[in-house]
Design a protein around this ligand. Structure first.
Ligand code: 8YV
Length: 328
């Protein structure tokens, strides 16, 4: 019996390719070539399944060219690269990679918050540029993390991880806003209080964004929201590009309407808004919040296991649109 055909759209760990090859006829992209949408569709058109990452767009246009496609397994917890309605309509199952990256990503959110509030990269650039000639009382004076008010927008698993780090590790007062309120036991575990988005923006010393991207969350933070924040506040985005209006943020940073920002995700990445590159009070990282080797391996393994379980007829492990779970 011939094996199902799988496309792996981006370079991944060789051991994951080897694992997939035990179950599938695999077309891999270990050279990590950047494919246009048309090229991705062309390579997918005779495939039964796809191993994708967050940059691989699967929508109605692609699906129309791929009649055999049954499942796309994303090596990411976020799945805004998938048009889920179009996939469901086409009978294509979508899976993501939750849980395995929660703690690593929460660690990074906290690291970016610390780097931003304490001006770590800005001061390092100053030192490397040979500008450090003498100590001064206010040199790179930032804002405190311990005891400060931490506002978390988006209180899923990663948001809860950041809340726990803040409350238990740094004695922060944690407030959060989310589509739905957590139950009382989770709120107690995170030592977090539910507030409106407006109250959160007005009260927080540090705002961390961890909400999923969708058309509804586009520009959750724009000029109006930045105006509600304290002039001493910091903003950290580890969620998705598009949640923040990057042009409005660059303007607010330039005018010191907020103190600083830490950004791991950008609108239109890997491009970065040019104004963000010219303001000093922003820490910029290239979408690396989940980037530790064990975690990236676990994410890739979960995506591969979703494909393997599905084609064995066991059902996928972490489906997004489970109604499509029956084998086509
Ligand atoms: C990934 C992410 O590195 O999981 C997510 O949603 O944003 C990152 O962990 C990226 O999307 C690559 O797939």
């Amino acid at each position: 019996m011939s094996q199902p055909k799988i496309l792996v759209a981006r370079a991944v760990f060789p051991e994951i390719i080897a694992l997939l090859e035990q179950h599938f006829e695999v077309e891999a992209n270990q050279a990590d070539a950047t494919w246009s949408k048309a090229e991705l569709a062309d390579r997918l058109k005779d495939k039964d399944g796809a191993f994708t990452t967050g940059g691989d767009r699967i929508d109605a246009e692609v699906l129309a060219q791929c009649p055999k496609l049954k499942i796309c397994a994303n090596m990411a917890v976020g799945y805004n690269n998938f048009d889920i309605d179009a996939m469901t309509a086409a009978g294509v199952l979508a899976t993501n990679a939750p849980d395995v990256l929660t703690e690593t990503t929460a660690d990074f959110g906290f690291a970016l918050l610390m780097a931003t509030a304490r001006r770590i990269t800005e001061s390092e650039h100053f030192l490397r540029a040979g500008k450090w000639n003498k100590w001064s009382y206010d040199m790179f004076a930032g804002s405190d993390i311990h005891g400060a008010t931490l506002g978390i927008l988006g209180m899923g698993r990663i948001g809860q991880g950041i809340a726990k780090r803040g409350a238990h590790g740094f004695g922060m007062k944690v407030i959060y806003h989310n589509r739905s309120r957590l139950d009382a036991s989770l709120e107690a575990e995170c030592k977090a209080s539910y507030v409106s988005k407006e109250e959160l923006l007005g009260r927080a010393d540090h705002v961390v964004l961890v909400l999923p991207y969708s058309p509804a969350s586009h520009h959750t933070i724009g000029a109006a929201e930045l105006a509600l924040m304290k002039p001493t506040a910091t903003l950290v985005n580890i969620a998705r590009g598009g949640i923040v209006d990057d042009a409005a943020l660059a303007a607010a940073l330039k005018d010191k309407r907020i103190a600083a920002a830490g950004l791991d995700v950008f609108e239109g990445e890997p491009k970065v808004h040019p104004d963000l590159l010219t303001v000093p009070n922003v820490v910029l990282t290239p979408h690396i919040a989940s980037a530790t080797m064990p975690t990236r391996l676990a994410m890739a393994r979960l995506a591969a296991d979703n494909l393997i379980a599905y084609f064995k007829g066991n059902g996928p492990l972490t489906p997004i649109n489970p109604a499509v779970a029956a084998i086509k």
